[in-house]
Design a protein around this ligand. Sequence first.
Ligand SMILES: Nc1ncnc2c1ncn2[C@@H]1O[C@H](COP(=O)(O)OP(=O)(O)OP(=O)(O)O)[C@@H](O)[C@H]1O
Ligand SMILES: [Mg+2]
Length: 347
Amino acid sequence: MKQIMHSDTLLEVNDLKMHFPIRKGLLQRQIGTVKAVDGVSFTIKQGETLSLVGESGCGKTTAGRCIVRAYKQKPTDGEILFQEQEGSTVDLASLNDREIKPYRKEIQMVFQDPFSSLNPRMNIMEIIGEPLLVNGIAQGKELEERVADLLRKVKLSPDYMRRYPHAFSGGQRQRIGIARALSVNPRLVIADEAVSALDVSVQAQILNLMQDLQQEMKLTYLFVAHNLSVVRYISDRVAVMYVGRIVELTETSKLFSFPQHPYTEALLANVPKPDPRLRSQRIVLQGEVPDPSNPPSGCHFHPRCPYVQERCKVETPPLRRIESDRYVACHFAEDLTLRGVEIPKAA
Ligand SMILES: Nc1ncnc2c1ncn2[C@@H]1O[C@H](COP(=O)(O)OP(=O)(O)OP(=O)(O)O)[C@@H](O)[C@H]1O
Ligand SMILES: [Mg+2]
């Protein structure tokens, strides 16, 4: 047990690594390693929303899945310190399958499409009630009442309880996914692209619901997303990831107005104009996203960086604190004047 966390910190991730072997041939020999998450550190305060952003493949989902311990294996390296209700701290990364069990309901995930992995023959009562049944929290009449309460919480009528997923719209399905995640009273919710598949107007409704529930249930959110307008709307702080690492982490308005990493500047320059016809607006930058099994030397961003210098090609910049609440992994952060954006605070 460690006691090093600040009392208002719920989660502290230290130098987290998740490497996957690449195997080939009949003998499944390992021919390489995908460094999906390669030394990620951040903290999340109680009640705040921290977002992880970055291009496809930068390791956002892998980081989230490590925290909920969704993989069979433990993370390759690093700590995931979680503050328990009584104030002591546990390293989730070090626990085995049996030891992790009591913590599973404390950290819940909301997915892009909560129904893609579920039996379409389960009705809403069964879908939302399952975690309560499995964890031995409620059954029978009490279970039904809990599910009705949860449906009311996400602004759906309990009358829908006997209906099946196909009868609902995308936004309603996401409400059901949220109700299911909240059924076991988690303290941390990891939302992985939770609104990415929805129309813009529906996105706003779900984001508002999530914010209301955060207040009401004192929730802490780790929000994984590629859509910067959504991130701007929902987050207190933002961590920008690039090829398995965090390159900048700071308070949301600072990040958008005054980015200090060239990659953040590039992302912001490519914020797409809101277009209701586009459901999922991917970030598309000049140049290729590096292969995480063979990333560039030095600063991973150097081949795409307009400010590159010789040092960047050989020396990896550590994530360092340059202001009280700003961390940047760039050798020249203090020398650069980068361009931010003013995005109206509406999704
Ligand atoms: N189980 C796995 N085995 C091998 N490689 C994996 C595994 N999971 C993820 N990866 C690789 O790790 C890298 C990071 O993937 P991840 O899904 O975390 O990215 P992401 O940031 O969530 O991307 P997206 O925005 O597309 O969802 C990718 O190169 C991916 O192919
Ligand atoms: Mg992902």
